[in-house]
Design a protein around this ligand. Structure first.
Ligand SMILES: C[S@@+](CC[C@H](N)C(=O)[O-])C[C@H]1O[C@@H](n2cnc3c(N)ncnc32)[C@H](O)[C@@H]1O
Ligand SMILES: [Zn+2]
Length: 361
C-alpha cells in the first residue's frame, strides 16, 4: 500500500513516480481553489495510471465528480480498487479509452470539464489541441511534457513537429520548455477563437507542467508569442518581435543571435492565484510547497529567461557569486531580481548580464 497526503492506494503495474508528488500537490491546490470559487468541480483525469490523482482530487480538492481514464485496460483492477469508495459514492467513473476519444466524447456530448489533467509520457503534441475540446471555458487544463531533449533545444527537428517552433539550446533552456508548451497551446486555442492564461508553470528534472485557464477570447498577440534570442558571444538574451526578425543582432556587440521560437513570452504564472495556493498550502501545513509557491510568485512576470551564476562567474572571470547576495545587490540598485524555481543556481532579473557581472564584482 502506498500513501500520498490523504490518499491510500496500490500501484500494481501502473507507472507511479513518488517524485512527481510536487506536480500532484500543485494540481490539488489549484483544483481546490477552483472548487472554492465556483462551488463545483468536475475532473477529467485522462491518463490516470493507478488513479492517485483522481483519488486526491476527490479527497483533497473536494471534486464532485471524477472521470478516471486510463488507456491500459490491464490497470482496471487496481484502478477500480483504488477508487472503490469514490465509485461507490457515485462520484467517479473509470474507463479505458484512448484519451483523444475521451476528449471528443466530451465535446460530442457538450460535457465540458472544469479541470482536465493530461499526464502523458514524452511529447504532449497529440493532446495539445484535443484536450481543449473537453475543457470548459473558464476551466483549467493541466498539461505535461517529459520530453526534455526537445524542450531544451537538443532536437530542433522534433520541436518543430511537437510545438511548431524551432528550439535551440542555451543556459535558460529549461524555462524555454515551459514557454514552448504554453505558446503552442495558446496558438491552438487562438485558432479556435479562444485563449489560455497560465495559472502556473512547473519545471522539475526533465518534466514540464503547465496549468492553463481556458478563456473565451483570444489571448495571443505578436508581443506575447515570439522569439527568444541568445548571444553566444556575450551570453545575454533579447526577446525578438516578429517584425524585427529581419534585423536581429545583439544590442551589446552586434553579434548575430541564436533564435528559438515562437514561444510564449508572457507571464509564467498568475500571481494572485499562486498567492491563494500559498495560503491554502500554509493552512494544510505543506511547508515545502509554500516556499516553492513564493519563489514562483516572485519570478512570475520577469523577463522570459534567467542567468546562471556559473555563467556570471565564468564571463566575469570571478568566483561564482552567492545567489541571495547578488539578488539583494541588484535590488539595491533598483533592478528587479528573484530566484527561479527552475534552477537553484540562477536568477531572473530585468538587469542585463553585463550589469549582473558588474554588480557581482
Ligand atoms: C505518466 S503515467 C500516469 C501517471 C499518473 N497520472 C500519476 O500521477 O501517477 C501515463 C499513463 O497514461 C497512459 N496512457 C498513455 N497514452 C495514453 C492514451 N493515449 N490514452 C489514455 N491513456 C494513455 C499510460 O498507460 C500510463 O498509465
Ligand atoms: Zn552579445
Amino acid at each position: 500500500m502506498q500513501s500520498e497526503v490523504r490518499a491510500r492506494f496500490r500501484v500494481g503495474n501502473a507507472f507511479y513516480r513518488p517524485l512527481s508528488q510536487v506536480a500532484r500537490d500543485l494540481g490539488v491546490l489549484s483544483a481546490a481553489i477552483y472548487r472554492c470559487d465556483t462551488g463545483y468541480l468536475r475532473v477529467l483525469d485522462a491518463m490516470s495510471g493507478c488513479g492517485v490523482r483522481s483519488l486526491r482530487y476527490w479527497l483533497e480538492s473536494q471534486a464532485d465528480w471524477v472521470w478516471a481514464n486510463e488507456g491500459n485496460p490491464e490497470l482496471s483492477t487496481v484502478l477500480h480498487q483504488n477508487l472503490e469508495e469514490a465509485i461507490a459514492s457515485g462520484c467517479c467513473q473509470v474507463t479505458h479509452l484512448d484519451a483523444n476519444r475521451v476528449f471528443f466524447e466530451c465535446y460530442n456530448h457538450k460535457d465540458y470539464y472544469d479541470f482536465v489533467d493530461v499526464d502523458c509520457f514524452g511529447s504532449p503534441a497529440p493532446y495539445l489541441n484535443t484536450s481543449l475540446w473537453a475543457t470548459k471555458i473558464g476551466g483549467l487544463l493541466y498539461l505535461t511534457s517529459t520530453d526534455g531533449r526537445t524542450a531544451t533545444g537538443h532536437a530542433p527537428q522534433s520541436s518543430l513537429s511537437t510545438y511548431g517552433a524551432y528550439a535551440r539550446n542555451h543556459p535558460a533552456a529549461h524555462e524555454q520548455g515551459l514557454r514552448l508548451l504554453i505558446g503552442s497551446v495558446q496558438q491552438q486555442a487562438a485558432a479556435k477563437g479562444l485563449g489560455v492564461e497560465p495559472i502556473f508553470s512547473l519545471q522539475v528534472g526533465q518534466t514540464y507542467r503547465v496549468m492553463l485557464r481556458l478563456i473565451a477570447t483570444q489571448a495571443l498577440t505578436a508581443e506575447n508569442y515570439g522569439f527568444l534570442g541568445y548571444c553566444h558571444h556575450c551570453g545575454d538574451y533579447q526577446t525578438v518581435a516578429w517584425r524585427k526578425l529581419g534585423r536581429v543582432v545583439c544590442p551589446h556587440d552586434s553579434h548575430p543571435l541564436t533564435l528559438s521560437g515562437p514561444m510564449w513570452l508572457g507571464v509564467l504564472h498568475e500571481q494572485l492565484y499562486l498567492r491563494r495556493m500559498e495560503l491554502l498550502a500554509k493552512e494544510w501545513n505543506w511547508l515545502k510547497r509554500v516556499q516553492l509557491l513564493q519563489t514562483m510568485q516572485a519570478e512570475a512576470d520577469l523577463p522570459p529567461y534567467f542567468y546562471t551564476l556559473s555563467e556570471i562567474g565564468h564571463r566575469g572571470r570571478m568566483d561564482i557569486p552567492k545567489r541571495s547576495h547578488l539578488i539583494q545587490a541588484l535590488q539595491a540598485q533598483g533592478y528587479r531580481a528573484s530566484p527561479t524555481h527552475i534552477n537553484a543556481q540562477a536568477i531572473k532579473t530585468d538587469a542585463s548580464l553585463l550589469t549582473c557581472i558588474a554588480v557581482a564584482r
